[in-house]
Design a binder for this molecule. Sequence first.
Ligand code: ADP
Length: 348
Amino acid sequence: MPRQVLGKLVEQLVEHLDEACVGIDKEGRVQFANPAASALLGLRPGGARGEKIWDVSSVPDFTRAFSRLVKESGVTRREQVIVLPDQRAFLAQMFAVRGPEGRLSGAVAVLRDMTSLNKIEQDMTSFVSRMSQELKKPLTSVKGYVETLLEGAYTDPAICRRFLQVINDETNRMARLLVGLLDASGAAPAPMEKKPISVAAVMRGAADRLSPFALQKNIQLDVHADDRLPPVMGDEAQLGQAITNLLDNALKFTGLVEDGPRRVTMRAEMANGRLLVKIEDTGVGIPPDEQAKVFERFYRVTHGPAAVLGGTGLGLSIATDIVRAMDGTIDVASAPGRGSTFTVNLPV
Ligand code: ADP
């Protein structure tokens, strides 16, 4: 193919690339810039030719790195991530260009949009930091209780039992968190070993565990559960975890209410041959368009009054997995500003 034709083809190719391409001579004068580069670097479309790149570009981080290729001998290739003030991120790959005798004649650069990758990286970082926070809480508490026991508290059987109970709850919480992570990573969950269990006892256990929190937040916590309700088939510790997660949320989001009633009511009842556990709160509520989404893994409401609380967005998805393993369902009815009711529906 004649050189001229080849040159034209390459020119057309560069012109239409989505990637920004720019070339300078050894004085730093712009020799070509495709439309993507003109837009990105703030060059006058078609008008920057012959001008020094550092005089006409609005992205100094890039021009500084790029022009070093023609100012400093020995540098032949550079890569740099450029983040623009509007948070768009680009990977700039820059090469020195040499003539037939190996003499420097200029440099070319290709800039690739990495904004979506950058966003994934940011999401990842914030997820890891949330997760670490979430693990730190139970770990600190376990460490504190173990140390107190070792310092002598173990000699009092009542205190010893109470502390061990907390340690047990906290390690269960960490284990659930890990199960949630494993689930999210695609590993198959372990099958549930099912036995007949009393929902009333599980509800009281969860309420006992969280009553200090209710007291501290000045929330009235009522439990209506009759021991004569028929048993359900499942794993007691896991159902306890599911109910605890729901109750924990109810208390957390009721604790945010400034004025108005602060009440959480947990009730078990039979309906159409199924056992329902209803957890009703007078909390901040959930916007209608988010009510289905809150059961999704890692989903958190990130605007409005609920947004001030941190969390992993795993609590409800873990509860849903547990209840599903017992052939049950969880749903929600909620009015923003008024409160929410989560209903666990289980076969008996
Ligand atoms: P997390 O473990 O971070 O609390 P969840 O999966 O338990 O995550 O909950 C997901 C989101 O659902 C929360 O971020 C919150 O916005 C909302 N939510 C859950 N329960 C309630 C509730 N009782 N009242 C108001 N919002 C709630």
